[in-house]
Design a protein around this ligand. Sequence first.
Ligand SMILES: NC(=O)c1ccc[n+]([C@@H]2O[C@H](COP(=O)([O-])OP(=O)(O)OC[C@H]3O[C@@H](n4cnc5c(N)ncnc54)[C@H](O)[C@@H]3O)[C@@H](O)[C@H]2O)c1
Length: 342
Amino acid sequence: MKEFQVVLITGGAGYIGSHAVQEARNYGFEPVTYDNLSMGHRWAIQGEFVKGDLGDRPKLLKAFRKYQPAAVMHFASHTYVGESVTHPQKYYRDNLTNALNLFSVMLERKVSHFILSSTCAVYGDPVQVPIPEDHPRNPVNPYGDSKMMLEKILAWYDRAYGLRSTFLRYFNAAGADASGRLGEAHDPETHLIPLVLDSAMGRRKEITIFGQDYPTPDGTCIRDYIHVTDLAGAHFLALKLMMETGQSDFFNLGTGKGFSVREVITKAEEVTGKRIPVRMGPRRAGDPPELVAQSDKARAALGWQPRHSSLENILKTAWAWHRNYFGGKAKTSRRSTVRSRQ
Ligand SMILES: NC(=O)c1ccc[n+]([C@@H]2O[C@H](COP(=O)([O-])OP(=O)(O)OC[C@H]3O[C@@H](n4cnc5c(N)ncnc54)[C@H](O)[C@@H]3O)[C@@H](O)[C@H]2O)c1
């Protein structure tokens, strides 16, 4: 019988974490979700599940004792860039102390492989695009700063305690699992594609484009969209590599190709067959014109190939899921603040 190694997945009831849970067995791992359901969803949970907060050390320790994970993938955190600027305490306190708590349990239980959900927000305003992994880290908000701090802490934990980690710096996660079972349902939603699809469904009156005078071909911001299933798969490839080499590492996860806000809206109109009303707004502070990954390192070292990440497939899978999930709720519009995702 095939032996599956257990991976504890914090935030496994959330958007990206639930897709990682879904992919785990394809790569020879058995997922166990640890989530407090503050933002995640019961419907997204598959397999073993512990409802718990990362601040609850006894519960975490109990889960480690019970499931004996070989590794941890850490998705659980606060994720709103704008909120991090107005409530930095929440981001530094929770994102850092919860992770430190998790590391202390890992050290106690001698679990020495860790994958961090990091972000292109660690780079801040890029001085070079596509952005390579050795681009200076210069975050411009507490969210990105808290992730960079975790990267720094982990580098020291590696040296001192042999805790190996891989930082995966995501660009814009998007799309939905092909089965239609999982998808993106943040509340409030801040990400462009679900908001565009809300407009296509009539759940929002219009989509606001913030800034049309950027130095890009059509004047709107350019982002690198990576399908969530491709993103999820990269975690297991990175874990396998780290287990083989015993080395910590870090990778960008993006396609290396960017699309402007206008291009996303045009493609969404094509995929959905609906007209998407647009309103022009002013630029927002802290939105760089272009965020695109240099993604060669992950392709070469992990043998990773984004297979699902054409803009068309991202929109098709997201639309299928969106219609199904929100179909019955078309009249209730959720809270939203449009921000580019990082
Ligand atoms: N979505 C993106 O495009 C993107 C881009 C870059 C980085 N990231 C990072 O990826 C990770 C996952 O993002 P997501 O979009 O899936 O977020 P999400 O909000 O959908 O999922 C986070 C999950 O963590 C859980 N959680 C939060 N705090 C917890 C705690 N204290 N204890 C236990 N569980 C807790 C929530 O209930 C939720 O299920 C985050 O760390 C985020 O910073 C996301």
